[in-house]
Design a protein around this ligand. Structure first.
Ligand code: MG
Length: 263
C-alpha cells in the first residue's frame, strides 16, 4: 500500500503532519513532508486525533471544463487553454466533515476531482519542471452553487463558500496515469461520475506549468484538475463520496448552513 500522508489535530488542539499506519496510529513528522519533514518519536494512537485536510494551501487554483464530456454537458466548447479560477483557502474542509448548504443557493452540485499538491515553489516552470513540483495527489469535491454561478456570470461566490472544498483524506505520492475517478451519492451502487483521469484535456504537468506562468505556486498549494461529466445536485442530508483508484475515498454529508454556526 502506498504511504498515506495526513494532517491531524489532537484532542489538545495541536496540529501535526504525519504518516498513517496500517494500525491507524500516526507517526508524527516534524514538518510538512514536502518541506523535508522527518519522523519523530511521537506516535498518536487511533482515537486520539482527528483527520484534517492533508495540507493547508495558500490558494486553491481550479480548472474549469477539463474533460470533453463535462464541457459538452454544460453546453459549452472545451476551452482552447485552461480556464482558471480560485477557491479561497477557507473553502477547505476534511473527509467526513459537513458541506454547508448556504441559504443564498437553491442548487448545490458535487464535482469529483483529482487534486494536485505542490511541493516546491513554482514560477515559470516548463511542463517537465512542473512534473517535479507535484509532490502528491489527493481527492477533492469542487462544490458549486450552480444557480449562483449562472446568475453571477463569474464564479467567485458560487465556488467560494466555506466548506466548498472537501479535500483528502490523505496524500499519496504516486498515481497510475489511468486511475479511475468515481463519485457516488448515498448508498447507490452505480456512480454518478466515472472516468479515467487520463481523459483530461490538459494533463497535470501542463496545468501546473500554465498556472506557474501566471502566479507563483507555493508548497502546499492545491490544483483542482476539473470534473468529468455527471455533475448533479446534492440535497440536505445527502452523503457524497468521491473515489480515486490508488488514493481512497473522500466522503462528506450535506447539512443546512445556519448563520450562527461556527465553522
Ligand atoms: Mg470543478
Amino acid at each position: 500500500m502506498a504511504q498515506r500522508y495526513v494532517r491531524v489535530k489532537t484532542a489538545q488542539g495541536q496540529t501535526y503532519y504525519g504518516l498513517l499506519q496500517l494500525t491507524r496510529s500516526i507517526q508524527v513528522l516534524d514538518a510538512p513532508p514536502w518541506l523535508q519533514g522527518q519522523p519523530t518519536d511521537l506516535e498518536l494512537e487511533p482515537g486520539s486525533y482527528q483527520l484534517l485536510a492533508p495540507c493547508a494551501p495558500s490558494k486553491i487554483v481550479a480548472v474549469g471544463k477539463n474533460y470533453i464530456d463535462h464541457a459538452a454537458e454544460m453546453g459549452t466548447p472545451v476551452p482552447q487553454e485552461p480556464l482558471l479560477f480560485l477557491k479561497p483557502p477557507t473553502t477547505v474542509t476534511s473527509a467526513n466533515q459537513e458541506i454547508k448548504f448556504p441559504p443564498q443557493s437553491q442548487r448545490l452540485d458535487y464535482e469529483g476531482e483529482l487534486a494536485l499538491v505542490i511541493g516546491d515553489r513554482c514560477v515559470d516552470c516548463t511542463p517537465a519542471e512542473a512534473q517535479a513540483k507535484i509532490w502528491g495527489y489527493t481527492i477533492a469535491n469542487d462544490v458549486t452553487a450552480r444557480d449562483l454561478q449562472r446568475k453571477d456570470g463569474q464564479w467567485t461566490r458560487a465556488k467560494g463558500f466555506d466548506t466548498f472544498c472537501p479535500l483528502g483524506p490523505w496524500i499519496v505520492r504516486e498515481l497510475s496515469p489511468g486511475a479511475r475517478l468515481q463519485t457516488f451519492l448515498n448508498d447507490a451502487a452505480e456512480p454518478v461520475q466515472s472516468t479515467s483521469i487520463d481523459r483530461m484535456v490538459f494533463p497535470p504537468e501542463f496545468l501546473v506549468s500554465y498556472i506557474s506562468q501566471v502566479m507563483t505556486l507555493l508548497p502546499g498549494d492545491v490544483i483542482l484538475t476539473g470534473t468529468p461529466k455527471g455533475v448533479g445536485p446534492m440535497q440536505i442530508g445527502d452523503r457524497v463520496r468521491v473515489e480515486i483508484e490508488g488514493i481512497g475515498h473522500l466522503e462528506n454529508t450535506v447539512v443546512t448552513r445556519s448563520a450562527s454556526v461556527t465553522m
